[in-house]
Design a protein around this ligand. Structure first.
Ligand SMILES: Cc1ncc(COP(=O)(O)O)c(C=O)c1O
Length: 373
């Protein structure tokens, strides 16, 4: 099969620097460096004195300690720091998948591991979150798609693009399905901490089953995508195996990124970042919702429980990529096309921005939709 590009990221490469309003970012408006450091002069002096060397290849100890603290039962040897969750996903697939292995993947989803598996020649079997049931997991579908050849069961929880959070019984069903065939659970949990409706954080899959690799990132819940810091938490031997791939892929993330991420995840600073993210998410969604409700039934949606995006069904007879490109060209507003997540006639609209940005972007979208209707 010919190489398949990562469609979502490909469209982002093409459009995100070209438009006035980019509503494809699933995280919130990024934080500035001075906001992160605050008025901590000691920290600033320490940063300026940082020797820009290679850091520990698997992540500096202070960062791995702070990450381990976010997972019950984890210690530093359970943690590998990577260049974004993107690298983590990549090396996990390189490490786990062998010819003939299959992967079962939740859908709709962020299709990085899906594309990596397909491009390596591995079969991917989708199991669905049900749009007609508020994005609840179709457990029967899950159990049908996981079979003796399944090496990985992949979930994104909280989910991108729907913002749905699996319930405890749904998490149990994922564990039971993987356990039945001895598969790994690849739990991409980069939106953990970015909850809109609940104050407790989404529980991790780590600790629920011995073959779990849980991913996190500074990009979404912490508003620091440009740090390019992600991580994997898993069994120490598998973390070692991933580390060997990491040496080939990027060697390491940067010293400055490690240092800044360790600061951001320290117990004194982290709550402020989570608060900031949730404030954007909680105040941005009503702006999107009010606008959608004023569109005379053009949109149907289930409100996201987490993340800064909503996956919205539009009732127009136009393909989602065509609509996305029309909006980029005619409104200079960029939103995610449903097709990039496995569902046409949907748009993924980000709302983790200032209100004036959202209002202007939505009014531009509206003019284009009126011309199409
Ligand atoms: C579910 C999911 N996983 C991984 C990534 C990659 O994140 P990072 O910026 O940490 O590489 C993204 C980015 O959009 C994502 O949505």
């Amino acid at each position: 099969m010919a190489f398949q590009p990562f469609e979502l990221e490909y469209h982002q490469s093409l459009w995100e620097q070209e438009v006035d309003y980019n509503l494809t970012e699933s995280g919130v408006h990024p934080m500035r460096l001075d906001e992160l450091i605050g008025d901590d002069q000691g920290k600033l002096a320490e940063l300026l004195a940082t020797e820009i060397n290679y850091p520990h290849v698997n992540g500096i100890p202070a960062l791995r300690e702070n990450i381990a603290r976010l997972y019950d039962g984890a210690a530093v040897e359970n943690v590998l720091v990577t260049v974004g969750a993107a690298e983590a996903n990549n090396i996990i697939m390189q490490t786990l998948l062998e010819p003939g292995d299959e992967m079962a993947s939740q859908t709709p989803t962020y299709k990085q591991v899906w594309g990596l598996a397909s491009n390596a020649g591995n079969v991917v079997r989708p199991f669905h979150l049900r749009s007609d049931a508020g994005w609840a997991l179709d457990i029967e579908d899950l159990n049908t798609q996981v079979n003796a050849n399944t090496k990985i069961v992949a979930v994104v929880n909280p989910n991108n693009p729907t913002g749905y959070i699996l319930t405890e019984p749904e998490m149990d069903a994922v564990v039971a399905a993987a356990d039945r065939v001895g598969a790994w659970i690849l739990a991409d949990e980069v939106y953990r901490g970015a909850e809109r409706l609940r104050s407790d954080e989404t529980p991790s899959f780590f600790g629920r089953y011995d073959k779990v690799l849980a991913l996190g990132s500074m990009s979404k819940a912490y508003g620091l995508p440009g740090l390019r810091i992600g991580w994997v938490v898993g069994p120490p031997q598998t973390i070692e195996d991933l580390w060997r791939r990491h040496e080939y892929t990027t060697i390491t993330a940067t010293m400055l990124s490690n240092t800044l991420a360790a600061h951001a995840l320290s117990p004194d600073v982290r709550p402020r970042l989570i608060d900031r993210t949730r404030t954007y998410i909680r105040s941005g969604f009503p702006v999107l919702e009010q606008w959608m409700q004023s569109q005379n039934g053009l949109f149907t949606y289930t409100a996201p429980q987490a993340s800064a995006v909503s996956f919205v069904r539009y009732h127009l007879d136009i393909n989602s990529i065509e609509l996305m490109e029309t909006l980029c060209r005619d409104a200079s507003v960029f939103v995610g096309a449903g097709d990039s997540f496995g569902m046409d006639h949907h748009l993924r609209i980000a709302f983790g921005q200032e209100h004036d940005v959202l209002n202007e972007a939505f009014s531009r979208i509206q003019k284009v939709l009126e011309s199409l209707a």
